[in-house]
Write a protein that binds this ligand. Structure first.
Ligand code: ATP
Ligand code: MG
Length: 327
């Protein structure tokens, strides 16, 4: 659909440019013919009145020179108008084309988001329902109840993370009021790593947390940055590959770094992944779950804290997300 629309748009652009060129050439030749006829008539008239002895003498007359001057003026006017019109039409169509392509890309992202969110919402709800039904219908041992309950908590956690991300993204776009205060970022990262280690016991997480000066920031928003980056590293990395998280004090900023040994992010995708709903690949072929909101939220929050984000390639493979906050 989007491909055919793109070709249709290119066809319209080509048609308009050709039509403009054709009308300009037509106007130019008609103008030429009109002046030619005017000059011939004037020459005949002057010969009839005896002002010139033959039509060939006409070219030396003042009337001819005036008409020729007027013709040249009209000629320059037509050519320059045609050039300006063509440039204007091309610029206009280029903008329209860009807007349409942007709209198409946005629609595709929103469609992907709807597909993934439907799945993301349905599966934990269905899992929780099944767990409760099983607990209700069967006589279970204490051990089994504990197992089912922790599965239920995991499902609810998934749902909570999803809903939090959606709410956060919506608030950031409309009315999120940052509550800026002095924050010990290193302590915040340490606490989140502890929480993540108990949530994902199989994940190998190496930490290197330096003592840093406090930064001015919104604690809730900063937690969202930390969690989104670490959870991405976990999600996109095979389970037995270690991740490393570090915080370092630089001269006038702190550097928070999350490095993984996953598949890495291709260079052409590095800028795009911060767009809302953007996920690499498409919904049919993707194995990991997500809505494409995480990095959009990270980017918005880091910008609001006057920080910056860099994505680097890890060695031998994988990704390093580096976030700096001034302090
Ligand atoms: P959500 O975070 O909303 O649950 P998500 O993880 O798909 O969904 P983002 O966090 O915004 O969305 O990430 C966007 C895309 O960037 C991901 O779909 C993934 O393709 C890619 N990506 C992000 N982090 C990594 C990483 N550490 N390694 C490889 N790819 C990554
Ligand atoms: Mg994510």
């Amino acid at each position: 659909m989007s491909r055919s629309l793109k070709w249709l748009m290119l066809g319209v652009i080509a048609y308009v440019v050709l039509a403009c060129s054709w009308w300009s050439v037509l106007l130019y030749t008609k103008n030429q013919d009109a002046y030619q006829a005017k000059m011939e008539l004037q020459a005949i008239g002057m010969a009839a009145e005896g002002l010139i002895s033959s039509p060939s003498q006409y070219k030396q007359t003042k009337q001819y020179k005036e008409l020729e001057f007027e013709y040249k003026r009209q000629e320059i006017m037509i050519i320059s108008e045609a050039i300006v019109l063509l440039i204007g039409v091309c610029i206009g169509l280029w903008f329209v084309n860009r807007l349409i392509l942007k709209e198409i890309a946005q629609n595709r992202l929103q469609k992907n988001f709807l597909l993934s969110i439907t799945h993301e919402l349905k599966s934990p709800i269905a899992a929780s329902k099944l767990i409760f039904e099983t607990i209700l219908r069967r006589r279970l041992s204490q051990e089994q109840i504990q197992q089912f309950s922790s599965d239920g908590i995991r499902s609810s956690d998934r749902l909570l993370t999803l809903v939090n991300n959606i709410l956060m993204a919506a608030k950031l776009e409309s009315s999120y009021a940052y509550n800026m205060d002095s924050v010990n970022f290193t302590r915040l990262v340490g606490e989140q790593i502890d929480a993540i280690e108990s949530k994902y016991p199989d994940v190998i997480l190496e930490r290197s947390l330096e003592k840093t000066r406090d930064i001015k920031g919104d604690q809730t928003a900063l937690v969202s940055v930390i969690l989104n980056l670490i959870e991405n590293a976990i999600k996109y990395t095979p389970i037995d590959n270690p991740l490393s998280v570090s915080v370092e004090q630089l001269d006038e900023s702190i550097c928070f770094q999350v490095a993984d040994l996953g598949p890495g992010i291709p260079d052409e995708e590095k800028k795009q992944i911060f767009a809302k709903f953007y996920r690499i690949g498409n919904e049919d072929t993707r194995r990991t779950k997500g809505t494409g909101l995480g990095l959009f939220i990270v980017n918005e929050i880091v910008s609001a804290h006057k920080g910056s984000i860099q994505i680097k390639n890890n060695t031998p493979h994988g990704t390093v997300f580096q976030v700096s906050f001034p302090n």
